[in-house]
Design a protein. Structure first.
Ligand SMILES: NC(=O)c1ccc[n+]([C@@H]2O[C@H](COP(=O)([O-])OP(=O)(O)OC[C@H]3O[C@@H](n4cnc5c(N)ncnc54)[C@H](O)[C@@H]3O)[C@@H](O)[C@H]2O)c1
Length: 282
């Protein structure tokens, strides 16, 4: 199915980025927020990054104006009725997402593709809240969505080939690098990266390594573009601990549980770049 109009549910960190990708790639986009004020905040985020793109010469002022004009705001899910693809980026809570999908199922066209940007929930359990689980897929973007090219296109057992292919084709048309995978905990990147980063943090204490030396070891010895401690500071210690707990809860491997050092950092408010201090000071 050709996707012409896109709905984005939630214009927070991820939703605003996804809406920006969509309007910048030429798609009419409806952003739904819980209040008009939050909607305007989402639009301001999109505006700020598009304007920065003009300053850096990545797009022209006319392109920025046209992109922003493609974004309309609403507080009603029913205004997503004529969207071909809806990407949900609301809080990571299963019951909330299920409520949103039940309503999307009621208000959107039967052939619309309904996608969730969940990081750790089961796409299948979200799809079960609809009467058309074959039209539901995962589209897992990475933060910051306009910058990181990867989108994991997640196939739940019930997802149809056509829905998966439509989501994949849209992600490509929007300039992203989609990959396909099944609906398993952590999908691809988080399944691998979360226990690996936790190993790195445990090695700090086991081998008496300073964060600077750990990052030097992994950048100059393993060719990582960014060291693990710098990466956790960028992701946010709280986000990483939450994701570790979610993965550990589903798969039960000891390496997946958050290391004590990270739990203590979270309790002390040392969350990384966003709080001004994590493994490093900012
Ligand atoms: N932040 C990341 O690094 C990242 C990366 C990939 C995927 N995700 C996933 O994206 C989704 C959104 O995460 P985020 O980081 O953008 O969160 P956020 O807190 O920045 O945004 C959450 C959004 O949910 C909306 N919301 C809150 N209560 C709601 C309600 N009752 N009904 C409908 N909407 C409501 C908020 O208004 C906001 O738009 C989550 O599923 C998360 O797991 C996050």
């Amino acid at each position: 199915m050709e996707i012409r109009k896109v709905g984005v549910v939630g214009l927070g960190t991820m939703g605003a980025g996804i809406a920006q990708i969509s309007v910048q790639s030429g798609f009419e986009t409806v952003g739904r927020e819980v209040s008009a004020e939050l909607g305007e905040r989402g639009r301001a985020t999109v505006d700020r990054y598009l304007t920065r793109g003009v300053e850096k010469g990545r797009l022209t002022q006319d392109e920025r104006d046209a992109a922003l004009a493609r974004l309309t705001l609403t507080t009603e899910l029913s205004d997503l009725a004529d969207c071909d693809l809806v990407i949900e980026a609301a809080l990571e809570e299963l019951e909330l997402k299920r409520e949103i999908f039940t309503e999307l199922d009621r208000v959107t066209r039967p052939d619309a593709v309904l996608a969730t940007n969940t990081s750790a929930l089961s796409v299948s359990e979200i799809a079960e809240a609809t009467k058309r689980p074959e039209r539901v897929v995962g589209m897992h973007f990475f933060n910051p969505a306009p910058v990181l090219p990867l989108v994991e296109i997640v196939r739940a057992p019930e997802s149809s080939d056509e829905a998966v292919d439509s989501a994949y084709a849209w992600a490509e048309a929007a300039g992203k690098q989609p990959v396909r995978c099944n609906d398993t905990p952590g999908f691809i990147v988080n399944r691998i990266l979360i226990p690996l980063l936790n190993d790195c943090v445990r090695v700090l204490d086991e081998a008496g390594v300073q964060p600077e030396d750990m990052d030097k070891a992994m950048t100059s010895g393993a060719g990582w573009p960014l060291g693990p401690c710098a990466l956790i500071d960028l992701i946010g210690v709280d986000v990483h601990v939450h994701a570790s707990n979610a993965l550990h809860g589903k798969l039960g491997e000891a390496r997946m549980a958050p290391p004590e050092r990270l739990v203590q950092m979270q309790e002390a408010g040392k969350l990384g770049r966003k709080s001004g201090e994590g493994f490093y000071k900012y």
